[in-house]
Ligand binder design. Structure first.
Ligand code: NAX
Length: 328
């Protein structure tokens, strides 16, 4: 019998939390043979709702769920954490400037990074979902100097999955026939979904589509603005699809990408593809045995270069802003 894996989820009482916890507990995060313990972090106002969710988790009698702890103290919630899903964040409210937003999130992700540094297990893997995800990941990473920096990642898997779905619909193939799609840059409206190296049923996707106008005017904006379209339609932001992407991100990180395919993750740049070192930016990556590598040697055409650079520039500006706030 395996020792349970400790999975810490912040913002556990939120809507993504509600869509996420049941899937973790039923084995979708780590595998059908891996027992888990859930450690839920909420702010004091969220504790009661988190307790309600924990009651429902109990009521599922999930065979793999070996315990649920709830706390409003990061030092408790990250104690022994093997996987941390940082979902809770401060949303942008009306009239809020970017600087205010980054500062408010610094107040969340800096102490959480410090708690991870002090208390998490040696093999801790961190996924930041809460926005602005890439820069929040950078803040948490900076507060955790003893944790290998590559363990801090940001979620662009939802964008990746959205892009696969749009491309599959355009080309009339099942999503399983789409491979090697890449999201580059920031999880924001500047992100760049790249189909130039992607495959549709084994053929180059850009050639299969052969419609640069669709690419520039439909595909890219549809993927980048999908979050807003969901809010418009549903009256609430993406929750189940975001939770699903978080599951996919960690599952792929732990269990590996398939041969002949890759995924997209926001990870600390090593300078590849001209992305300044240290920025947490989305790249094409392969994963194996719990580690990831950036796919190397892809030719970047001018169309892609302009868009990658624009998104990376935004990440640099965010990094400068949080530096200015003393968060790095
Ligand atoms: P909700 O507002 O429903 O839930 C957030 C929860 O976090 C609340 O229960 C709140 O009490 C809790 N929380 C706030 N501060 C906390 C702290 N310091 N410690 C612990 N818990 C804290 O938001 P939800 O819809 O669940 O979205 C969560 C985050 O995901 C948001 O920042 C959102 O912008 C982000 N998203 C990121 C996506 C991505 O692809 N990277 C896509 C989906 C989503 O928009």
């Amino acid at each position: 019998t395996r020792t349970p894996v400790n999975v810490t989820v912040t913002g556990a009482a939120g809507q993504i939390g509600y869509a996420l916890l049941f899937r973790i507990a039923s084995g979708h995060l780590l595998g059908a043979d891996v027992p888990v313990k859930l450690r839920l972090l909420e702010i004091p106002q969220g504790l009661k709702a988190a307790e309600g969710t924990a009651m429902e988790l109990d009521d599922c009698a999930f065979p793999l769920l070996r315990g649920i702890d709830i706390s409003d103290d990061p030092n408790v919630a990250f104690d022994g954490a093997n996987v941390a899903l940082l979902v809770g964040a401060r949303p942008r409210t009306k009239g809020m400037e970017r600087g205010d937003l980054l500062e408010a999130n610094g107040g969340i992700f800096k102490p959480q990074g410090a708690a991870i540094n002090a208390h998490a297990a040696d093999d801790i893997k961190v996924l930041v979902v809460g926005n602005p995800a890439n820069t929040n990941a950078l803040i948490a990473q900076a507060a955790a100097p003893d944790v290998p920096r590559e363990r801090f990642t940001a979620m662009t898997r939802l964008d990746h999955n959205r892009a696969i779905s749009q491309l599959a619909q355009k080309t009339g193939v099942p999503v399983s026939e789409i491979r090697k799609l890449t999201i580059w840059g920031n999880h924001s409206a500047t992100q760049y979904p790249d189909i130039f190296h992607a495959e549709v049923a084994g053929k180059n996707a850009a050639e299969a589509v052969s419609d640069e106008q669709w690419l520039a005017d439909t595909f890219i904006p549809t993927v980048a603005k999908r979050g807003a379209a969901i809010i418009e339609a549903r009256g609430a932001s993406s929750a189940a699809s975001a939770a699903n992407a978080a599951i996919d991100h960690v599952h792929t990180w732990v269990n590996g990408t398939a041969d002949g395919n890759w995924t997209s993750m926001g990870i600390p740049s090593d300078g590849s593809y001209g992305v300044p070192e240290g920025l947490i930016s989305s790249f094409p990556v392969t994963t194996k045995d719990g580690t990831y590598e950036i796919v190397q040697g892809l030719e970047i055409n001018d169309f892609s270069r302009t868009r990658i650079d624009a998104s990376v520039k935004e990440l640099e500006e965010e990094r400068e802003a949080v530096r200015g706030l003393g968060l790095l």
